[in-house]
Design a protein. Structure first.
Length: 115
């Protein structure tokens, strides 16, 4: 099997979702979850980066995708809240925990290690 470029893979994915078929989506998700654990983590990192881009202000929206932008932003906001809670549970003050999140950012993809 030849390797696809990022653009080719994006085109394949959009072609896949263009004909909405819940059975195909379930089949994809099930197959992905049977892949090698390291590859699952790398794949999820890519999905997180996509969500992060969709949540960003540089992402172009209109009526067709503005809800995706809003939901992605809400997901990232919720993630930041959870990171702050984790810092606090580990003994960091609330102000310092919030400062860490603001200074260093808290993007989900950066929490997944690489092997």
């Amino acid at each position: 099997m030849s390797k696809l470029t990022g653009k080719e893979l994006a085109n394949e994915l959009t072609n896949f979702v263009n004909g909405y078929n819940q059975d195909n989506h379930t089949e994809f998700i099930d197959a992905f979850c049977r892949e090698h654990r390291t590859l699952q983590q790398s794949g999820l990192r890519l999905i997180f980066k996509l969500i992060e881009r969709v949540a960003s202000e540089e992402y172009t929206t209109d009526a067709r995708n503005e809800t995706s932008h809003k939901v992605a932003k809400q997901m990232l906001d919720g993630f930041k809240v959870e990171v702050i809670k984790q810092y606090i549970s580990e003994g960091t003050s609330e102000d310092r925990a919030k400062g860490y999140v603001e200074e260093y950012g808290s993007l989900p993809h950066s929490y997944l290690g690489t092997i």
